[in-house]
Design a protein around this ligand. Structure first.
Ligand SMILES: [Cu+2]
Length: 205
């Protein structure tokens, strides 16, 4: 039981850390952060990224370049004449605070046309996911019922919606049977609880 408890605690901690990390992913521009006119297709890269509100986009560049956030019009015209915001200094990290499209160019004449331009589409933080995951934990929890220790299952199921109760159901399933059965239950509880915690965390954000 202590073993199963420890596993749950670890799983929850790991998930919490994963969620926190996912809440603010840094995206080095082009994949390695190099912002230059060497012909990198920044848009080919950005199209494969998943930018979420709160993420950051980072640029590393030489003194002959800059990072200029522009409107779509400025982007299309490769013009930094009316910047949304300008950055210089060689190392810039832009926080993507609002969902939607964001456009960045280098405003040095000719550089945008040479490829120093990127558009990113930022997804709203709240709309990122949970819907399909919801059905999984229920099935996982139900499958616990037919196994040797039927008592704890009904108690574990309702608590999946409440984060504060995460630790309570673990005390119940203490099956007096074998360690193997306990491990099986523990493993299933971990899956259910882990998903429940993940969902709770996502809802909390
Ligand atoms: Cu430049």
């Amino acid at each position: 039981m202590t073993m199963a408890k420890a596993i749950v605690v670890l799983a929850v901690a790991a998930l919490a850390m994963h969620q926190l990390a996912a809440a603010a992913t840094d995206h080095p521009v082009g994949g390695n952060g190099a912002w230059d006119a060497s012909g990198t297709s920044y848009n080919a890269w950005s199209a494969k990224q998943k930018f979420v509100q709160g993420d950051t986009l980072s640029f590393q560049y030489g003194s002959s370049h800059d990072v200029t956030e522009v409107t779509k019009a400025g982007y299309d015209a490769c013009s930094g004449a009316s910047p949304v915001k300008s950055y210089t200094g060689g190392a810039t990290t832009v926080k993507l605070t609002t969902p939607g499209k964001h456009y960045f160019i280098c405003s040095v004449p000719g550089h945008c046309a040479a490829g120093m331009k990127v558009e990113v589409t930022v997804a709203a933080a709240a709309t990122t996911a949970p819907a399909p995951a919801k059905s999984k934990p229920r099935h996982q929890q139900r499958s616990v019922a037919p196994t040797p220790a039927p008592v704890p299952a009904p108690e574990a199921a309702p608590s999946t919606d409440e984060l504060p109760n995460v630790s309570t159901p673990i005390a119940a399933p203490a099956p007096k049977s074998s360690d193997a059965a306990a491990t099986m239950l523990g493993a299933k509880a971990v899956v259910g609880l882990a998903v429940a915690v993940a969902m709770a965390l996502q809802l909390a954000m």
